[in-house]
Design a protein around this ligand. Structure first.
Ligand SMILES: [Zn+2]
Length: 266
């Protein structure tokens, strides 16, 4: 049996959030694991099922974008274990609690390392998907992004071309490939959010993958209070002002409730 949640820690975290001018969250695989999204290397993981992508994946895409598109369409027609678990997954209580914290004006932005679209499906509005979104497309020239159903894919004429006026760039999946730089607009937004943050929530991220791990550190250097929500300590635990030890799907709803109570008492 898990120990009872630490109500003092939840209350301290709630006080920080309610007092914040600009609270930002960084989320990682831990939040999606609770929705049944397999991790890359775990059983049924993307790389376990499909094999690890080559380190020059992005260069390969540019060499032959049509081949990438043909493979993608084949995978769509015959979904493997990973694709099936992805399409069956639903946002969990942690995703909904973050969206609710945004809608009551407490949380300003979410930076996520996840590509599974679950934050958007839960209603999150202000979000940077630093590794892209598996349900979106992006132009390799003008960097415009769209949900995948907004791009016409003509099987006779692959790869699809950018529909924006004056651009006919090649369209690729929005997920950031091996060998591909993080899209510059996403990176800039994350730096700006980290610079503005006075409270920074870390949710289900081991905080070891760069550049994402850099943003809470930058915020901390500028005086932001870090709140960590994770069943296990992470690389950034020693910087955290408060740690909520438990699954995000359990801790975030408790935190949301404590925040609401504080707002009502004001
Ligand atoms: Zn374009």
């Amino acid at each position: 049996m898990l120990p009872a949640p630490d109500t003092d820690a939840i209350d301290e975290a709630a006080a920080l959030l309610v007092g914040a001018q600009h609270a930002v969250a960084l989320t990682g695989a831990g939040i999606s694991k609770e929705s049944g999204i397999p991790t890359f290397r775990g059983k049924d993981g993307l790389w376990t099922v499909r094999g690890e992508p080559p380190l020059n994946q992005f260069q390969e895409f540019h060499r032959d974008p049509k081949a990438w598109w043909v493979r993608r369409l084949e995978q769509r027609a015959n979904p493997d274990e990973f694709a099936l678990s992805l399409s069956a997954s639903e946002p969990n209580d942690a995703h909904y609690a973050l969206a609710e914290l945004e809608s009551i004006g407490v949380l300003r932005h979410v930076i996520t390392q996840n590509v599974d679209n679950l934050h958007r499906r839960a209603g999150q509005q202000s979000i940077t998907e630093i590794h892209g979104n598996m349900r979106w497309m992006r132009c390799t020239d003008c960097h415009t992004r769209w949900p995948e159903d907004k791009v016409d894919v003509n099987l006779e004429d692959l790869p699809p071309r950018c529909p924006e006026p004056g651009c006919s760039g090649i369209v690729k999946g929005d997920g950031v490939m091996f060998g591909e730089p993080i899209p510059p607009d996403a990176l800039e937004r994350c730096y700006a959010e980290a610079a503005m943050a006075d409270v920074f929530l870390l949710v289900g991220t081991s905080a070891v993958v760069y550049p994402a791990a850099m943003f809470p550190q930058l915020a901390h250097q500028r005086g932001a209070s870090l709140i960590e929500i994770d069943p296990e300590p992470t690389a950034l635990s020693e910087l955290a002002r408060v740690a909520l030890r438990g699954p995000a799907g359990e801790m975030l709803p408790l935190l949301l409730r404590a925040v609401r109570e504080r707002i009502e008492r004001r």
